[in-house]
Ligand binder design. Structure first.
Ligand code: BGP
Length: 472
C-alpha cells in the first residue's frame, strides 16, 4: 500500500525505455553479428516493412545506424540524468555478445560496451532494467533453425543469458527475459486465423521453448545471485466487451485469455487447464521433455512488466463495426476514446484497469516498462519543440497510475515511458513517429545531424520526477 493518499512510493523507479535495435545503430561494429531486426526495411503506416533474405544492396535498414546510441551513450545518459531518471530500461543486443548465437565464448568487445553503459548510468544513480531479448535474435539462428519452435534456441539463449548475468550481476538488478513475449500469438489471433493445429502448433511450441528458456534463466539468477529480480514482459492489450451482450463478454474473455496464457504460465509455473484444453481442442501435443515441468515450477518470475499504449473493444460480430489497431492489437473502435495520429486509441483509465487485473490475478509487483505517444514533432524557429500533446498523454496515464497505487493499493514499482529519446519505430521503421523527451535530428530516410534537442516534455518530466509524481 502507498504510504499516504497522494504519493508514489519513495523508491519509485521513474525513467524511460529503449531497445538496442531501435537506438544503438553500429550494427556491424566491434564484432556484432546480424540480428533479425537488421534485415527489416523501413515502412510507414500504410506500407508494411519488408523482411529480406540477408542484407540487400540498395535497401534502407533503419536499425543499421538508428540514432547511433552506440557512439552517443554518454551524451544521452547525461540527458537522462538531467531529467532525474531513477531507472533506464534498455536491451542488450544478443548479436553483440554472441554474433551468430552459436559461439562458445562471448565477444569481449560487445561485453565491454555494456559495461561502459552501465557504469555511465550508475554515475547518475540510474538503475538499469535490462531486456535480454528485444526483437533482435541472431539472424543466423533463424536461418539455420527457423524459429523458436526448434529447441536449439533454448540452449543458445540460456548460454547468452548466463553470460550476461555473470558479467553484470553487480551492475544490473532488474532483468526481463523476453520483450512482449505474447507477441508470438498475436499475429494469428488478431488476423483471425482459424484455431487449427496448422496455424497454432508452431506458436505454442515456440512459447513452450521461451517459457523454458526464461525459467532456466530465472532459476540460474536466483541460485547464483539472490539480489537479482527477473521479470516477464508482456504486451498488455486490454480489450472491452463491445456491449453487454453475453456473447461479447464471453468472446472478449476468450480473447484476453490468449494473452494471459503467457502470464499464467510464467507467474504460476505451470500450464492452466484452459491452455491445455485449448491445445487439446486443436490437436496440438507439445514436445515437452522430462524435467520441463520442474523447470517451469522452479523458474517463476519475480515481477511482471508490460507495455501499455491503447485498448480496443471486442464484439462477437464485427461485420458492422469500425476497427482500429495499435501495437499488435486489432479490435473494435471504442466511441468513447480518441486516437493518436497512428490510429492507436488513447485510454488512461484502461491502464488502471489493466494494472488491477494483473495485480488481482498474480499478486506480484508490477512495472510499466512502455507507455507513450508516438507523434510528429515540429521544431520552432527558436529551436524549441512544444509537444504538449505528449505531456497531456503522459500526465493522464501517470494520474491513472497514482489512483491505482493510492485507491486500489496495487504494488506498482516503476514506470519507464517508451522511447524516452526519439528512436526507430518498431512497427513502421519510421523516425517521424516520435516518443521522446529528447528530439533526435534524423528523418525517415536516414538523413540528419543526429543532434539531440530537449522538448518541452523534457522539462515537464524532470519536474514530475523531482516531485515524485506530485507536479503533473
Ligand atoms: C512495442 C515494442 C517497442 C516499441 C513500441 C512502440 O511493441 O516493444 O519496441 O517500438 O511497441 O511501437 P512503435 O515503435 O511501432 O510505435
Amino acid at each position: 500500500m502507498g504510504t499516504s493518499m497522494s504519493k508514489f512510493p519513495d523508491n519509485f523507479l521513474w525513467g524511460g525505455a529503449t531497445a538496442a535495435n531501435q537506438c544503438e545503430g553500429a550494427w556491424d561494429v566491434d564484432g556484432k553479428g546480424i540480428s533479425e531486426s537488421d534485415v527489416v526495411t523501413a515502412g510507414s503506416l500504410t506500407k508494411i516493412r519488408e523482411t529480406t533474405e540477408g542484407i540487400e544492396e540498395g535497401k534502407y535498414y533503419p536499425s543499421h545506424d538508428a540514432i547511433d546510441f552506440y557512439h552517443h551513450y554518454k551524451e544521452d545518459i547525461a540527458l537522462f540524468g538531467e531529467m532525474g531518471f531513477k531507472a533506464y530500461r534498455m536491451s542488450i543486443s544478443w548479436t553483440r555478445i554472441f554474433p551468430t548465437g552459436e559461439e562458445s565464448e562471448p565477444n569481449e568487445k560487445g561485453l565491454e560496451f555494456y559495461d561502459k553503459v552501465f557504469d555511465e548510468l550508475h554515475k547518475y544513480g540510474i538503475e538499469p532494467v535490462v531486456t535480454i531479448s528485444h526483437y533482435d535474435d541472431p539472424y543466423e539462428l533463424k536461418k539455420k533453425y527457423g524459429s523458436w519452435a526448434n529447441r536449439r534456441y533454448v540452449d543458445c539463449y540460456v548460454k547468452y543469458a548466463k553470460a550476461i548475468i555473470n558479467r553484470y550481476h553487480n551492475k544490473v538488478k532488474y532483468w526481463l527475459t523476453f520483450n512482449e513475449i505474447n507477441s508470438l500469438i498475436l499475429y494469428p489471433v488478431f488476423t483471425g486465423l482459424p484455431k487449427t493445429k496448422e496455424n497454432y502448433e508452431g506458436v505454442y511450441q515456440s512459447a513452450h521453448h521461451k517459457f523454458i528458456a526464461s525459467a532456466e534463466t530465472v532459476q540460474y539468477a536466483h541460485e547464483h545471485y539472490p539480489d537479482i529480480k527477473v521479470g516477464m514482459m508482456f504486451c498488455a492489450l486490454t480489450s472491452y466487451p463491445y456491449s453487454c451482450n453475453p456473447k461479447d463478454v464471453l468472446g472478449n474473455m476468450q480473447k484476453s485469455d490468449e494473452g494471459y496464457f503467457f502470464c499464467d504460465t510464467m507467474c504460476r509455473g505451470y500450464y492452466s487447464n484452459k491452455a491445455k484444453k485449448a491445445m487439446e481442442a486443436m490437436g496440438i501435443t507439445l514436445e515437452i521433455r522430462d524435467g520441463d515441468d520442474e523447470i517451469l515450477r522452479n523458474g517463476k518470475v519475480d515481477f511482471i512488466s508490460f507495455s501499455y499504449y491503447s485498448t480496443t473493444a471486442f464484439s462477437y460480430d464485427m461485420s458492422d463495426k469500425e476497427t482500429v489497431g495499435g501495437n499488435f492489437s486489432m479490435g473494435g473502435k471504442n466511441p468513447y476514446l480518441k486516437t493518436s495520429d497512428w490510429g492507436w486509441q488513447i485510454d488512461p483509465i484502461g491502464l488502471r484497469i489493466t494494472l488491477n487485473e494483473l495485480y488481482d490475478r498474480y499478486q506480484l509487483p508490477l512495472m510499466i516498462v512502455e507507455n507513450g505517444l508516438g507523434a510528429e514533432d515540429k521544431i520552432e524557429k527558436d529551436g524549441s519543440i512544444h509537444d504538449d500533446y505528449r505531456i497531456e498523454y503522459l500526465r493522464e496515464h501517470i494520474k491513472a497510475m497514482k489512483d491505482t497505487i493510492n485507491i486500489d493499493g496495487v504494488d506498482l514499482i516503476g514506470y519507464t515511458s517508451w522511447g524516452c529519446i526519439d528512436l526507430i519505430s518498431a512497427s513502421t521503421g519510421e523516425m517521424k513517429k516520435r516518443y521522446g523527451f529528447i528530439y533526435v535530428d534524423k528523418d525517415n530516410e536516414g538523413n540528419g545531424t543526429l543532434k539531440r534537442i530537449k522538448k518541452d516534455s523534457f522539462y515537464w518530466y524532470k519536474k514530475v520526477i523531482e516531485s515524485n509524481g506530485e507536479t503533473l
